[in-house]
Design a binder for this molecule. Structure first.
Ligand code: DGL
Length: 272
């Protein structure tokens, strides 16, 4: 395996681009190949078997590009299929759960940590189990937020939008009342709502964004395995999706926080 090979990143859709944004900051000289399963999104309300099947197809597509590492930039996949991917893939793998839980454990002062994610992520208790392993005294408060993904996908992200504020209040009131000082955004769509979430939770609650923590962890793994790309060239990612790429530039630009002018390719993921 050569250090000049790309890092493969995938998500159920375009939410994982919020992680790609962080990878581009933390590892600017790495080539990224991104696959968003836009034809089958969302995964968050599907069965464990289906999520696992999809996850292995997504990783299989990236492996065809000889990636040196696979990253599941998806809270749902990381929670449900993470262990299987880690043990079965022929290259280093990371999801978002472990690096994010680790960061939250170091951030909390009062030991009260909130976790929000899709229904599949919350039902798996992946973050809670990981956090309890790090410190059994932590108090973990979990909340599924199934309306957040459709809000984000439909562009409802503004902090002053009444619908956004209402949904956030409905989901997060209990966590706020419990006094969590750290809140894990356990789904890669949620960073787009972070300003509105922060407005509601107040400045004493730290939000932990899985994309950044995962990029830092991936850099550590690559360094340890001598797989960091030593070229100085800044690379642009390649993008693949499984449904029509119409409007990709606009939506992807939102997640990446910058205008993009890259081409996007549509593939048939059922082949993998
Ligand atoms: N991006 C996915 C995650 O992080 C959420 C979207 C979905 O339900 O597929 O969980």
């Amino acid at each position: 395996m050569s250090s000049s090979n790309a890092i493969g990143v995938f998500d159920s859709g375009l939410g994982g681009l919020s992680a790609v944004k962080e990878f581009m900051h933390v590892l600017p000289n790495e080539k990224i190949i991104y696959f968003g399963d836009t034809g089958r999104v969302p995964y968050g309300n599907r069965s464990r078997e289906t999520i696992k099947k999809y996850a292995f197809q997504d990783a299989g597509f990236l492996l065809k590009h000889n990636v040196k590492m696979v990253v599941a930039a998806c809270g749902t996949v990381s929670s449900v299929a993470g262990d299987a991917l880690e043990s079965e893939l022929p290259v280093p793998y990371t999801g978002v759960v472990n690096p994010t839980a680790y960061a939250a454990a170091h951030k909390t002062r009062n030991g009260k940590i909130g976790v929000i994610g899709t229904a599949a992520t919350i039902n798996s208790h992946s973050y809670k189990l990981r956090l309890k392993k790090l410190n059994p005294d932590f108090k973990i408060f979990e909340q599924a937020c199934p309306l957040f993904v459709p809000l984000v996908e439909n562009g409802f992200i503004r902090r002053d939008d009444q619908i956004v504020r209402l949904v956030i209040r409905r989901y997060l009131s209990a966590l706020k009342e419990e006094g969590v000082d750290t809140l894990i955004l356990g789904c890669t769509h949620y960073p787009l709502l972070s300003k509105a979430i922060s407005d509601f939770m107040g400045k004493n609650t730290a939000l932990v964004d899985s994309g950044y923590e995962t990029a830092v962890y991936a850099a550590k793994v690559l360094r340890e395995q001598n797989l960091l790309n030593d070229s100085r060239e800044v690379k642009n990612p390649d993008f693949y999706v499984s449904d029509t790429p119409d409007d990709f530039e606009n939506v992807a630009g939102l997640f990446l926080g910058r205008d993009i002018k890259h081409t996007v390719n549509q593939i048939d993921i059922e082949q993998f």
